[in-house]
Design a protein around this ligand. Structure first.
Ligand SMILES: *Cc1c(COP(=O)(O)O)cnc(C)c1O
Length: 410
């Protein structure tokens, strides 16, 4: 019998079916999410969750926003897919919007962040062949994150990933964040690019120093090396500016976007300066590149983010969250409160991250632990003061309850 997908099934039955047929690539709690609105998600049992994960820094406009619903309906009625071999109107509109709001000149679209980064890696290698005598190495940062395809896993500087899926794609070297001397030492005649996140997201929210980025820009210019900013997590208002590079006053040659650009719809982009607009027909593509539904959503998201000045809200509310966390830090063992805009993190006594996440879940609050000692907050950019107060209150309550935590660390 075919699965009838009927709604109203008890969570226990849905979970039984999930365990039977859904691949176990993540440890998931015993919850099935059913509905979302604004800052909240509801599970099939009707429990409501205040969402400070935001679809993993994705749902910048919150859950099921009118702008995305309307864009999808409007575009679905006109054209769902014409094939990547033709231009379509929403593709032209979104490319124009992105080049208007950024310092870049040309855009290639894809569906996931990893795919956009794969494009950037290929572009860097093309640059190496064309302009740098066959240079192919890319210098990346330890503890960085660039995705889960084989090449982007190889670019990712996560120690735990090193032994996985060997042999990896070769040609990536890793240096510590903000260590310019190490970076300069890793750059050789074989180097075609330097690739990094202006603020490391998955690595636990670690911003690059301004001086580091300025010096990288300089050495890349001197050596003719491509500088790539992975703004998949930091772009589209997340850090309090439309793009994180604006905080630093450093422009890359290439930038990748994902996550927030689709507000929850699968969409990513590779943006280049004209000088590095070197792909030729046949070099890069993808069945869903420029897919009209995704393009329509992307335009709707950008227009909303601009119209509602959400980067500014991210800045204001982010500062408020930091102040509130600092208040909590006076009575709870939380430390190293850091981040920019609405990409924030703090540290907990060793190994307590996952425990706090599951305790907050019971309290109807969704937060994320990118590693065992760290909690990351990345709520939708629409978050308001009242919801922050609510989050802080629940966090306070959970930290009180898990008081052994405080004893361990005081
Ligand atoms: C999430 C993320 C990626 C990967 O994006 P996917 O859509 O999961 O492929 C790449 N780089 C950064 C900085 C990210 O945060």
């Amino acid at each position: 019998m075919l699965f009838d997908g009927k709604t109203g099934a008890a969570a226990s039955e849905l979970l039984r079916q999930a365990r039977k047929s859904v691949m176990d690539v993540a440890v998931r709690p015993d919850i099935v999410m059913e509905r979302g609105e604004g800052m909240y998600l509801w599970d099939t049992e009707g429990n409501r969750y205040l969402d400070f994960i935001g679809g993993w820094a994705v749902n910048c406009l919150g859950h099921s926003p009118a702008a995305i619903r309307e864009a999808l309906q409007r575009q679905a009625a006109v054209l769902v897919n014409a094939s990547p071999s033709f231009y379509n109107k929403p593709m032209i509109e979104l490319a124009g919007l992105l080049t208007d709001i950024s310092c870049f000149d040309k855009v290639f679209f894809a569906s996931s962040g990893a795919e956009a980064n794969e494009g950037a890696i290929k572009l860097a290698r093309k640059h190496g062949v064309k302009n740098l005598g066959g240079a192919y190495e890319i210098v990346c940062i330890e503890n960085g994150f660039h995705g889960r395809t084989l090449a982007t896993m190889s670019a990712t500087g996560k120690k735990q990933w090193e032994p996985l899926f060997a042999p990896k794609v070769s040609g990536f070297r890793h240096v510590p964040l903000n260590d310019f001397e190490a970076c300069a030492a890793a750059i050789t005649d074989r180097t075609c690019a330097v690739m990094l996140e202006p603020v490391q997201g998955e690595g636990g929210v670690h911003p690059a120093d301004a001086a580091f980025l300025h010096r990288l820009r300089q050495i890349c210019d001197e050596r003719g090396i491509m500088l790539i900013f992975d703004e998949i997590q930091t772009g589209i208002g997340r850090t309090g500016n439309m793009f994180a590079y604006e905080h630093y006053g450093v422009q890359a040659d290439v930038m990748t976007l994902g996550k927030g650009i689709g507000g929850g719809f699968p969409l990513s982009a590779l943006l280049v300066k004209e000088k590095f607009n070197i792909f030729e027909p046949g070099d890069q593509g993808g069945t869903y590149s420029g897919q009209p539904l995704a393009m329509a959503v992307g335009s709707a998201v950008i227009r909303e983010v601009v119209r509602r000045e959400l980067p500014r809200n991210a800045d204001t509310q982010g500062k408020y969250i930091v102040a509130e966390l600092q208040r909590l830090a006076k009575k709870h063992p939380i430390a190293n409160i850091r981040g920019m805009g609405l990409l924030l993190a703090f540290d907990l006594p060793a190994g307590q991250g996952p425990n706090l996440v599951s305790e907050c879940l019971k309290e109807g609050l969704l937060i994320n632990s990118p590693n065992a000692g760290t909690i990351r907050l990345m709520p939708p950019l629409i978050v308001a003061k009242g919801e922050i107060d609510d989050m802080v209150e629940r966090l306070d309550k959970v930290l009180d309850r898990t008081s052994p935590l405080s004893i361990v660390c005081s």
